[in-house]
Design a protein around this ligand. Structure first.
Ligand code: ZN
Length: 162
């Protein structure tokens, strides 16, 4: 008596296809190499009004100037920072003014994890903005323009206690 085929779709007298061959009949779609991948932003956007990704050197001109998500490239590009990498997926920024590097952190994550510290930092930042820093193209601080101060304050006036 002749043996019966295992499957009714396999014609009598033929071996069923090898499993690997069977899989090859279903090609895995491969995206074209030039397909535009949605790029993940290297610099996170502001979260709840904060952006902690800026140079932390108090006397640097870029102190408080956030890293911009869009940076010019090539010769003659003038960015306050150069985005570099500590490792794969770990972006950092190097200040083009003082040369200090710092890791780029998620603003949303920092705000979520340290809301009280962020509030304190923002208070200091506001005081520096209003009393210490002279805006680009200006000769006075916002406090001077409002008549609250006669001259720009120093960092020590804002950051130290007596
Ligand atoms: Zn700097």
């Amino acid at each position: 008596m002749a043996s019966r085929p295992l499957s009714s779709s396999t014609p009598a007298g033929q071996e069923p296809p090898d499993f690997e061959d069977f899989l090859d009949t279903f090609p895995i779609p491969v995206p074209p190499k030039d397909a535009a991948k949605p790029k993940k932003a290297r610099v996170p956007s502001r979260a709840s009004g904060i952006d902690i990704n800026f140079c932390k050197t108090p006397r640097c001109a870029n102190f408080g100037v956030p890293v911009q998500p869009t940076a010019q490239r090539g010769q003659g590009a003038q960015n306050p920072y150069t985005i570099v990498a500590y490792g794969k997926g770990i972006p950092s920024a190097r200040c083009n003014c003082c040369g200090v590097s710092f890791p780029i952190k998620s603003n949303a994550g920092v705000h979520e994890e340290y809301p009280e510290q962020v509030a304190k930092i923002m208070t200091i930042y506001r005081a520096l903005h209003n009393y210490v820093w002279i805006g680009e193209g200006k000769k006075t601080t916002p406090a001077m323009r409002l008549g609250l101060a006669e001259k720009p304050c120093g960092y020590e006036d804002v950051l130290s206690f007596s």
